[in-house]
Design a protein around this ligand. Structure first.
Ligand SMILES: Cc1cc2nc3c(=O)[nH]c(=O)nc-3n(C[C@H](O)[C@H](O)[C@H](O)COP(=O)(O)OP(=O)(O)OC[C@H]3O[C@@H](n4cnc5c(N)ncnc54)[C@H](O)[C@@H]3O)c2cc1C
Length: 497
């Protein structure tokens, strides 16, 4: 690593556990550590000057969750608002968790981890960290590294290189870098993309703009639903504790989702029809739902974004927004020309084109002085990795809420740490066994089953998965919820020292 000029190095503290990132996973991890392993010392290291991760980085108009907060929220902290929440509401919720559990004193903001070195001799990780406030490099050591750094580069959004971009005379904005002072009143706006971000931005901007066009290469599945939960609304007036309501509603949502996921395999056409019906009900029979909202892929290969109260479709029905499904041929001085020759005039073009995958927080890892090639590692139940000691990466679900997995992994880590204390050992390394020698190695996720663009672009950088447990990475909450809490800690694939 290149040390910036004039930057001195200061040696730092030791912790039992260091958590990387103060997003929803890192704060959840801290809660579990405090409650399940109260004797462990720990700190959370966070690059930004506040908590929230995704919900702090993204400030575009309308920014909100695309899954419900009964399952995106933590298992231990009741959610009492409407299911789909704004970033501000999620930050308030996380702030309460931090306050109620006295987590704040553990967080070191403006600390970017640059390198992580494992020493088997010392059974320690040594981290080099850029303390951004002091503009100083510091080191910290820890026994266990809990990677909650998410999966995408917060500082660098993904924008494809389209022909003619430099000719465009208007403003080009990526939602990940939304300028506070962008005035879109009465402007013509084109939003490129069809994911949850585009679907959020369009209704939020449509009331002020002269018109918003959603330009998509291909359609995405959406589900239009009221932003309310009938069961929660029934239980709420009955003076039932919020904790109970949270648990019951969460269980009901997960039960329903499981049926839908199963139906999406056995009867995908039924699911498709149900989703299209909700859209047609708002847009009317004359609207070409099949051209713009009927994807070629199977439902649930990606999480289906929930459109609260169908707001995107109401903006289209009102004529404030429209959809063009076509490829970009070129940017022009005044907008975009599509492959089919359509001219889309724009003052502002929003590139809602997604993320760049960041593997392990762009941290340089070495294990006993050897640079780590993460793509050669094999995931242990999709959370630890062969040959990498004392490290877990929280990678959530694609089709269910991310936090469900963050919670399950946190429970496992605390169980593992307590087990190591009981055994009097300081090192655990997932290790492929002789019988795994001939095991076929597969991509980190099955591209047939999950195919978000950011992952497909960079899947070669990710670790592999095997074909048998514990090396599979199923991405299936309904299996994990029973299996992760029951993983045997004396599993032969875990080598302790
Ligand atoms: C706009 C948007 C909406 C989403 N909506 C949903 C949703 O509704 N439901 C859902 O399940 N998922 C959703 N996701 C996916 C979402 O990212 C995750 O669900 C979740 O917020 C990830 O939380 P996290 O804490 O694991 O990671 P992040 O939120 O990405 O936080 C990681 C943190 O780690 C810090 N960090 C990274 N590298 C370093 C380093 N080297 N040193 C120090 N700090 C570092 C980052 O600054 C960041 O604060 C959404 C994603 C986006 C972008």
């Amino acid at each position: 690593m290149n040390q910036p000029k004039n930057m001195s190095t200061r040696d730092g503290e030791h912790f039992d556990v260091l958590i990387v990132g103060a997003g929803i996973s890192g704060i959840g991890g801290a809660y579990h550590l405090k409650n399940d392993c109260p004797d462990k010392t720990f700190a959370i290291l966070e690059t930004m000057d506040g908590f929230g991760g995704t919900w702090k980085t993204h400030t575009y108009p309308g920014i909100r969750s695309d899954s419900d907060l009964y399952t995106f929220g933590y298992s231990f902290k009741p959610w009492i608002g409407p299911p789909i929440a704004t970033a501000a509401e999620i930050l308030t919720y996380m702030g309460e968790v931090i306050e109620e559990n006295d987590i704040s004193s553990h967080i070191r903001y403006c600390h970017t981890i640059k390198t992580a070195k494992w020493s088997t001799e010392d059974k320690l990780w040594t981290l080099t960290i850029h303390d951004l406030d002091a503009d100083q490099l510091i080191t910290m050591t820890c026994g266990f590294l809990w990677m909650c750094q998410g999966y995408y580069r917060h500082t660098d959004p993904y924008t494809p290189d389209w022909p003619g971009m430099d000719r465009f005379q208007g403003t080009i904005v990526h939602p990940q870098e939304w300028p506070d002072d962008l005035d879109y009143t009465d402007k013509k706006v084109v939003v490129i993309g069809s994911g949850a971000t585009a679907a959020t931005l369009i209704p939020a901007m449509a009331e002020k703009t002269s018109h918003v066009t959603m330009l998509q290469r291909s359609p995405t599945f959406f589900v239009a639903r009221p932003n309310s939960n009938e069961l929660a609304d029934t239980l709420r007036p009955l003076d039932i504790p919020d904790e109970w309501i949270h648990e019951i509603v969460r269980k009901k949502i997960l039960f329903d989702q499981e049926q839908i996921v199963q139906l999406s395999f056995s009867h995908p056409e039924l699911i498709r029809e149900e989703l299209y019906k909700g859209i047609r009900d708002i847009l009317g029979e004359d609207y070409d739902v099949s051209e713009h909202f009927e994807p070629a892929y199977r439902p649930w290969q990606q999480r289906i974004a929930l459109i609260p109260d169908g707001d995107l479709f109401h903006s289209i029905a009102a004529g404030d927004a429209s959809v063009v499904t076509d490829e970009i041929a070129t940017f022009t001085e005044s907008g975009i020309e599509t492959s089919a020759g359509k001219i889309l005039d724009a003052d502002i073009i929003v590139t809602a084109t997604g993320f760049d995958l960041s593997v392990l927080g762009d941290i340089n890892f070495t294990i006993d002085e050897e640079p780590l090639d993460f793509s050669q590692a094999v995931g242990y139940r999709g959370m630890m990795f062969s040959g990498i000691p004392n490290m877990v990466w929280v990678f959530g679900y694609f089709r269910a809420s991310w936090t469900l997995r963050a919670d399950l992994i946190a429970g496992y880590v605390c169980r593992l740490l307590r087990h190591m204390d009981d055994m009097g050992v300081h090192m655990v390394t997932p290790t492929l066994m002789t019988e795994d020698n001939d095991m076929e190695l597969l991509p980190w996720v099955d591209p047939e089953n999950f195919n978000p663009g950011y992952l497909m672009r960079s899947i070669h950088l990710m670790p592999k998965q095997g074909t048998v447990d514990p090396w599979r990475h199923t991405q299936d909450y309904w299996t994990d919820k029973d299996e992760l809490p029951a993983i045997a800690l004396d599993d032969d694939a875990l080598r302790y020292r």
